[in-house]
Structures are given as structure tokens and as C-alpha cells.
Ligand binder design. Structure first.
Ligand code: M6R
Length: 369
């Protein structure tokens, strides 16, 4: 039930610190990541994989895109992320060196289920990252790594998304340990980052009111753009998806490096643009690039709303609004930066008097093609 919340979505957004903590629980013991559900595959199987193909749809696919950066960096395995419906109709190259990882909150998305079945027929092993115990996709997989976000009722996925990233990060760290690609110290540092996330999400949630005010001021906006780089890129895509589905506003996410290849032509005076800014400490190479992107769009009249690390002063002269997120390792910023984008879309939907939990034309789980 909704408890005292105005919507299931508001409740589920607020539950995100617990969703992450519950997904971690039992999988980090004495600082060491171990996912018992993977035992049935065996460490030898995990050592012999040559590549990973992630299949998912919608928000789950964006969780997959975020995890690509982490798994490749930590476990040094190539990861490709594919929309399930694109994957299954193009005769993808799959063999017994491929591990297919499906991501699905419901575990019932038809295209993702069919992608898993196809991959297994080709000899691949399949792992399901799923939030619903006993759903079809985990049953049709070789192993299931459940997210423990609790039931997600609102059509827009929120707590399942952060739980999916958490489960995939645990998987990446488990792989790195088994494959010996990170030192013990490096592993311990990443584990500590992950364990600190629930509290940091709580800090971000405390700014919800301000983000809500912003959404109310912007309730007659017709189009919003989202920019990000590296792990901030899928977060830009997710911010845009949330706004489309909840507030019926035209929204697009771009990789910030693409601006000059086309999207900057969209910038005209007053155009709102959310920018996910990488950490100046953790992403020293990327931070100045994103700041210069902000300058470029600002010079053309964009109204910039920056999501930036606490203490990052470089964005101040150019951003119209700054939403702060706590310091975190560069790979962990998505778990924080997505939260204001969820709240923005939810509040804008409410400001327009729309049904936040049941947007038009959408179903919670897409069990048809
Ligand atoms: O149940 P699944 O995770 O497989 O669902 C995938 C998408 O349908 C889902 O994430 C959808 O994009 C959400 N409505 C996004 O908020």
C-alpha cells in the first residue's frame, strides 16, 4: 500500500536507499563480494567467458548500459548491451564463450524472454537479473541474481533501476575477484563505494523539494534535453525516458560528445537542458569537457540545470540551477544522479495533473511483442 505517500512512485523513489541496501545484503561478507547464486555456474565457467551480452528493454537496458562501464573496467571482459527486440531478430553471433545477462524487473518481458531462449539454444549460458521471485525469465535462465528492491507498482521504474545497477556492480566485482583482474585493495575500495551508496541516496532525496519547485516552475515546458558522458550518458537517456512517460513532454538524451555532431542545432534561447556533470576529482579528463559543453549551449541561450558533485565550483558561472550530489567514485555517480531526474519527472507529471503511477498507453510489464 501507498502508506502516507501521494503515489506509489513517490514511495518507491523514497525506498531507493533500502532497495540498494537490500540488494547488497548477504553478498558482501567481510568486505568480499560473493554472489552465492552464481555457484551453480561455477567459477571455471566465469573464468572462461570471452564476452558478455546484456539484453533488456527500457529502463532495464539503461541499467545494462551503466554496468558495461563498470564490468569492462573491473573484469576486463567486453560487454555489449542490446535491446532484446533488436537482438532476437538479427541472428546475433553467440557461442559458448558468450554469457548472456538479461535484466528485467518483472521477469516477464516477452522480448527479453525470447532473447534469453534464443541465446541458450545457441549454447550460451544465461544469467537473469530480476526483481520478481520465480518469474519466467529467471526460470528460463542458468542462474538468477535477484534484486531485492521489493514490489514495484508504479509503471515508471525507479527503485528497480538502482537495484539493477547494484546487482550488476556486485556481479562485476564478483567476476573481477574470480578472474583476478583487480587487486584486493582495488576490490575493497569499490566495495566500500557501493556500501556507502544508500546513505548518499538519502542525502540526494533531501533535495527533493527543491527539484519539485523546479518542476513546478517548468510545468509548461514543451521540450527538455539531457546530456551526459560515460556513465552519465545512460542516465541522460533515463532522465529523458522518465519525462516522456510521466509528463508526456518531448525529451531526448544525448551523449555530450555528440552535441557538435547534430543536437546542438536544437539549442535556442530558453531551451532547458539537464547536464549530468562528472566528478572533477574522479573523472578529471571528462569534467572539463562537460563544463565546456555547458558553456557552448549556454552561449546559445540554453537554460542549464547541472547535476554536479558537491563542491564542484566550475559549473557555477554557467549553470542556471545546480543540483548537488555527494562525492562518490566515478562509476557510482549514476546511482545518485538519477534520483533528481526521477523526482523532476514525477513532480512535473503531478504539476500537470497527470496520473503518476499509471501513465497513459503504458503497462507495467510488456508481455506481448
Ligand atoms: O519488467 P522489465 O524490467 O523487463 O521492463 C522493462 C521496461 O518495460 C521498463 O523498464 C519500462 O521502460 C519502464 N516503464 C520505464 O520506466
Amino acid at each position: 500500500e501507498k502508506g502516507g505517500w501521494s503515489s506509489f512512485m513517490a514511495k518507491e523513489v523514497a525506498e531507493q536507499p533500502d532497495a540498494v541496501a537490500n540488494t547488497i545484503r548477504g553478498r558482501i561478507v567481510d568486505g568480499v563480494v560473493s554472489i552465492p547464486e552464481l555457484d551453480q555456474l561455477g567459477d571455471d565457467a566465469l573464468r572462461s567467458i570471452r564476452r558478455i551480452t546484456v539484453v533488456a528493454c527500457g529502463t532495464a537496458a539503461y541499467a545494462g548500459m551503466v554496468s558495461k562501464y563498470a564490468i569492462e573496467q573491473w573484469a576486463r571482459i567486453p560487454v555489449e548491451v542490446e535491446l532484446s527486440h533488436e537482438f532476437r531478430y538479427r541472428e546475433p553471433v553467440i557461442d559458448d564463450g558468450t554469457l548472456v545477462v538479461s535484466i528485467s524487473q518483472s521477469g516477464e518481458t516477452m522480448d527479453t524472454l525470447m532473447a534469453v531462449k534464443y541465446a541458450r539454444e545457441q549454447g550460451a549460458k544465461a544469467i537473469s537479473v530480476c526483481n520478481t521471485q520465480g518469474a519466467t525469465i529467471p526460470r528460463e535462465s542458468d542462474a538468477a541474481v535477484y534484486t531485492h528492491a521489493g514490489p514495484e507498482v508504479a509503471v515508471a521504474s525507479t527503485k528497480a533501476f538502482v537495484a539493477q545497477i547494484t546487482a550488476l556492480y556486485l556481479f562485476g566485482l564478483h567476476l573481477a575477484r574470480v578472474r583476478g583482474t583487480l587487486s584486493e585493495d582495488e576490490l575493497a575500495a569499490q566495495v566500500a563505494e557501493l556500501q556507502a551508496i544508500p546513505e548518499k541516496i538519502t542525502t540526494v532525496l533531501e533535495q527533493g523539494e527543491r527539484v519539485g519547485e523546479l518542476a513546478h516552475w517548468m510545468s509548461d515546458t514543451r521540450s527538455v534535453l539531457f546530456l551526459g558522458r560515460h556513465v552519465g550518458y545512460p542516465i541522460a537517456l533515463e532522465g529523458a525516458l522518465k519525462l516522456k512517460e510521466l509528463a508526456y513532454i518531448h525529451a531526448e538524451g544525448f551523449a555530450a560528445g555528440e552535441l557538435k555532431h547534430g543536437p546542438i542545432a536544437l539549442i535556442e534561447p530558453g531551451q532547458p537542458v539537464f547536464v549530468v556533470v562528472p566528478s572533477p576529482r574522479g573523472s578529471a579528463a571528462l569534467h572539463p569537457k562537460v563544463v565546456s559543453n555547458i558553456q557552448e549551449i549556454r552561449a546559445r541561450g540554453a537554460r542549464v540545470i547541472a547535476i554536479a558533485e558537491a563542491g564542484d565550483a566550475a559549473v557555477l558561472p554557467f549553470a542556471d540551477e545546480v543540483i548537488r550530489i555527494p562525492l562518490a567514485g566515478p562509476l557510482f555517480e549514476p546511482l545518485l544522479a538519477v534520483v533528481p531526474l526521477q523526482i523532476f519527472a514525477m513532480e512535473l507529471s503531478q504539476a500537470k495533473g497527470l496520473d503518476v503511477d499509471q501513465p497513459r498507453n503504458l503497462a507495467k510489464s510488456v508481455t506481448v511483442e
